[in-house]
Each structure stands twice: as structure tokens, then as C-alpha cells.
Design a protein around this ligand. Structure first.
Ligand code: BT5
Length: 327
């Protein structure tokens, strides 16, 4: 989506009718140019601008588009200096990929990027993260840690705790955390976290913390999701303002990075327990073609999964966990 199309969408975001003539005057182009832009916009998943003879164009429901001022207004002023760059992108492959490629290595503090839509949003191990335009949170924060690469192993646990706390502060109470990086509501995935790091083995390291959170995900767009999923619209009313939510997540993430640099994972582990959905349950842990079964006994100090299995207690650092008998 180019800047002119995004500008047109901003006018239409109110969900009201706008005639082609008025739009053309407002944006100083021809009516034909407006029509062309509408056709382009309608090719993007989640955008469905209607055209009604004699009335004009409108979106069937208003869009809560991203707004940098509204996002930054949620971040405590003393923390804002730790975020020298916040970029809003209408459409990008992946906010994590964007920051990994663009991140300024000498910048002090964090660089964040939020997108209206990702065309190649990514999960772990090449999996896909699905989103539609303007109705989800696709947020990444890049942060330079003066820590060895191995010390970042628990970062996605800390980020999970951070997201869970922010959601609690919005009034959600039914959510929990599934090791290593999912936020679930009643067995359905609401949000996912992807931490990607690069740097020297002994540090410093650049970590990009990515959060994908469904606000309103239409079922028509979710066909590629191969597990139960949900969105905030299904479990929280009223739905939080999207910019405020992004601002709150960013503020919390900045605090998490600062705390993790100083204290590591330890302060987050206690809170993880409050949200842990599998504690004491019999689970399967799938690692490629191998599966181990045991009683889920919480997390190790490094954020690994502790399982009490037939061979005794063991800690695992990768794999997909599910309740026994469910995939
Ligand atoms: C994750 O991976 O859950 C990490 C997702 C991180 C997405 C954010 S968005 C901002 C930043 N930029 C990126 O490119 N990525 C990050 P994983 O645990 O591997 O889970 C992936 C699986 O979740 C998929 O295989 C689907 O089964 C499921 N899934 C995909 N999209 C979903 C959605 N919108 N809601 C719920 N589940 C989804």
C-alpha cells in the first residue's frame, strides 16, 4: 500500500459515506484516481470498501487505524527517551524481519515498529502468523542487551508474562500462558510471541521481540490457522482501543527489557506461575518425530520446561506441548 492509498483509507476509516467527488477534491486528484485507489485497497485482506450509487464509498465498519501520537501518549515520559524510534507501517512482510534488517546498531535504547498488516508474518521455525489489515496488533521492539546469547533464552518467557499482565490490566481474566510463548483463552490461541536474536555469543546481542495479538480476526481470514484460535472481540467487551493497547504493550515491553537486562528471568518466573495453564497436568511434548509424556512441573530457572516422566525429572528447551492425547 502506498502513501496515497493509505491517505485515502484514513479518510474512509470513519465508516461514513464519502462521495468520489468530495474525496477527489479533498485529496486533489481525479475521481478516476480515487476509483483506482479503492480497487487497489480492496485487494488487501480485511479491507472491503463498498461503493453505493449516489452515495459514494464507505467501509462497512470504522477502522481504528494506528496513530503514533496516541501510542506514545500511553508511554510514561521518562521511558520515551528509551524509544528513539517508533515506525508505523501500513503493510510490511513482517515487523520482526523489518527491524532485523533496518535496526540502527548504534542507537541507544529501543526501536519499535507496528504494522496495520503483515503479508508474511512469521512464527517459530518457519511457521506463519496470520493477520488482517487494521484489526490486529503486529508489534516488534528491537533492544540491545549487554548479555551473552545464552542469557536471552528466557526472554520469550518474560515477554509472555508481560503480554499476559497487560491483558489483565485491560480487564481480561480468562487468559493463560502456554509454554513457551502462547497466550491462550480456554484452549484457543489469542497471541503469539517470537523473539529473534543476533550478535556475539558473549554479547552484546540485539533481540527483536515480536507480538502478534488478535483483536478482531474474521473467520474468513483464519482459514490457514491450523489450531483453535480466538480474538479479543470474543472475550473482552468493550474492545480496548487499538492504539492504547499498542502503547501499553510497548511501555510494558520497554520496562521488561530494562528489568531483564538487570535481573534476568528470575523476577518473571513467579508471575508465569499465576498464568501457567498446564501446571500439574499430564502433557505430551513433541520434538520433531519424537514425543515424551509426563507431568508438567513448571519452568526451570532458565525458562525450560520441567517434565516428570517415566525416566524421572527432566528439563526440555524446545518442542510443542499439548495436553495428553490432544495435538
Ligand atoms: C508464534 O509462533 O506464535 C509467534 C507469532 C509472532 C507473531 C508476531 S506479529 C509481530 C512479529 N512479526 C512477525 O513476523 N512475527 C511477530 P508459533 O508458536 O510458531 O505459532 C505459529 C502457529 O500459530 C501457526 O502455525 C498457527 O497454528 C497459529 N497461528 C497463526 N496465526 C495465528 C493467529 N492470528 N491467531 C492464533 N493462532 C495463529
Amino acid at each position: 500500500m502506498n502513501a496515497a492509498e493509505y491517505q485515502l483509507l484514513r479518510v474512509l476509516a470513519d465508516g461514513q459515506f464519502h462521495s468520489g467527488e468530495v474525496l477527489a477534491g479533498q485529496l486533489a486528484v481525479t475521481r478516476a484516481a480515487i476509483w483506482k485507489r479503492i480497487q487497489k485497497l480492496n485487494q488487501i485482506p480485511g479491507i472491503d470498501i463498498q461503493s453505493v450509487h449516489g452515495k459514494g464509498y464507505r467501509l462497512p465498519t470504522p477502522l481504528d487505524l494506528l496513530d503514533a501520537d496516541a501510542i506514545l501518549a500511553r508511554i510514561e515520559p521518562s521511558l520515551r527517551s528509551r524509544l528513539p524510534q517508533l515506525q508505523l507501517l501500513p503493510v510490511v512482510h513482517s515487523t520482526n524481519e523489518f527491524l532485523l534488517n533496518q535496526c540502527n546498531p548504534v542507537l541507544h535504547g529501543g526501536q519499535a515498529c507496528v504494522a496495520e498488516h503483515q503479508t508474511a508474518g512469521r512464527g517459530r521455525r518457519g511457521r506463519q502468523w496470520v493477520s488482517v489489515f487494521g484489526k490486529n496488533v503486529c508489534l516488534s521492539l528491537a533492544w540491545r542487551f549487554d548479555l551473552a546469547m545464552a542469557d536471552l533464552a528466557g526472554l520469550s518467557i518474560a515477554v509472555g508474562v508481560t503480554v499476559a499482565r497487560v491483558l489483565s490490566a485491560q480487564g481480561l481474566y480468562a487468559h493463560g500462558l502456554k509454554w513457551p510463548n502462547d497466550v491462550h483463552v480456554q484452549g484457543k490461541k489469542l497471541a503469539g510471541i517470537l523473539v529473534e536474536a543476533s550478535g556475539e555469543m558473549e554479547g552484546p546481542c540485539l533481540a527483536v521481540l515480536g507480538i502478534g495479538l488478535n483483536l478482531q480476526l474474521p473467520a474468513s481470514a483464519a482459514g490457514d490457522i491450523d489450531q483453535p484460535w480466538t480474538d479479543l472481540a470474543a472475550c473482552l467487551s468493550p474492545l480496548p482501543d487499538r492504539n492504547r493497547l499498542v502503547g501499553d504493550l510497548l511501555e510494558a515491553l520497554l520496562n521488561t527489557c530494562i528489568q531483564y537486562q538487570q535481573q534476568g528471568l528470575a523476577p518473571f518466573l513467579e508471575t508465569w506461575k499465576e498464568y501457567d495453564i498446564y501446571m500439574g497436568k499430564q502433557v505430551d511434548l513433541l520434538m520433531g518425530d519424537n514425543m515424551v509424556t509426563g507431568i508438567y512441573a513448571g519452568l526451570s530457572d532458565q525458562g525450560g520446561l520441567v517434565l516428570d516422566g517415566p525416566g524421572g525429572r527432566k528439563t526440555w528447551y524446545s518442542g510443542e506441548v499439548s495436553l495428553r492425547g490432544k495435538t
